[in-house]
Design a protein around this ligand. Structure first.
Ligand SMILES: *Cc1c(COP(=O)(O)O)cnc(C)c1O
Length: 306
């Protein structure tokens, strides 16, 4: 697809690209010893959650080019990925079948109500079936059931996602010593590692779920062969608060204070844990003094509704 066709697609969806890059000075002890900036991907679009657009961009362009009119994807009842994807499908006149973990038919979340309104077909599955979402035999059955459809993995994390995420780095106005991102399914971190061949930044992921070892494997699996040996990245596992979407009063208070100090909206599932980690790592002087640090705000604020 030509550059002008891509711009047309972004305009049709109402995306504002590039997203702003903003200096913040939070009231944290030690913060003045560093330069801290935020890449505001939460501002790309009011519905298409920041990093989800980055991951979906080339998947959707590819679908448009091939005339694909039916997509299938997976998620939980609050999934930012399905929310972003369903909105794109609605705007682009593509059918979406959403495979949902659990049966919420009598108890729809705000996210599910939105995607139903945008025309998504919902397929409730139990946990055991959902566990099989990446198994070749299960995917084969889906392909049989929906022969015209393209299957997108949970979270949109796949090799095709990396180039879109890498564009976050090429948009930056300056070089950073560290780029920090929350980590869920690893696609965003993998894309930032993929990008940093053009820069000297170290990439630090903050795990938002319990997954020491497992998350590193996911990220390595997503990287192209020649990039699997890269060593300028790590995942910190100290700030998941007990697991995915788990939180306590301390995290809730932190999110409220941080938003008040900086004017940045945050939620406790992803960005809240990342900024909390950043505060503590800065207090511990985990970065060399004077480092320039960029935190990627990945969006996801619709999750605040539930
Ligand atoms: C999905 C999501 C993430 C996690 O990204 P991965 O590529 O799955 O690691 C981070 N932040 C927000 C807001 C998200 O919606």
């Amino acid at each position: 697809m030509s550059d002008s066709a891509i711009i047309e697609l972004q305009n049709l969806l109402g995306l504002i690209i590039p997203s702003p890059e903003q200096r913040i000075i939070p009231a944290w002890s030690g913060a003045k010893d560093y330069t801290i900036s935020v890449k505001r991907d939460d501002m790309l679009h009011p519905i298409i959650s920041g990093n989800k657009w980055r991951k979906l961009k080339y998947v959707l362009i590819n679908a448009q080019q091939k005339g694909i009119k039916h997509l299938i994807s997976f998620g939980g009842g609050h999934s930012n990925h399905l929310h972003a994807l369903a909105y794109c499908c609605h705007k682009l006149d593509i059918k979406l079948c959403a495979i949902i973990r659990g049966d919420y038919s009598n108890n729809l979340t705000a996210m599910l109500q939105d995607i139903i309104d945008w025309g998504a077909e919902i397929n409730w599955v139990n946990r055991v079936t959902y566990q099989r979402r990446d198994e070749p035999a299960y995917l084969q059955t889906l392909k049989h059931q929906y022969p015209q459809a393209l299957i997108i993995p949970e979270g949109g994390s796949q090799s095709l996602a990396l180039d879109g995420v890498a564009e976050i780095v090429s948009e930056l106005n300056q070089q950073y010593d560290y780029i920090v991102t929350p980590v869920g399914s690893g696609g965003t971190l993998a894309g930032l590692i993929h990008a940093s061949q053009q820069s000297t930044s170290n990439v630090l992921g903050v795990a938002v779920l319990k997954g020491q070892g497992y998350l590193e494997q996911l990220v390595t699996a997503l990287l192209p062969g020649t990039e699997k040996q890269r060593i300028h990245w790590t995942i910190n596992h100290d700030f998941h608060f007990g697991g995915y979407a788990k939180k306590n009063q301390q995290l809730a208070t932190f999110c409220a204070d941080f938003s008040q100090q900086t004017g940045l909206p945050v939620e406790p599932v992803y960005s809240g844990k990342m900024f909390y980690a950043l505060q503590h790592l800065i207090q511990q002087r985990a970065f060399p003094l004077g480092s320039k640090i960029l935190a990627l705000h990945t969006g996801g604020l619709q999750g605040n509704r539930g």
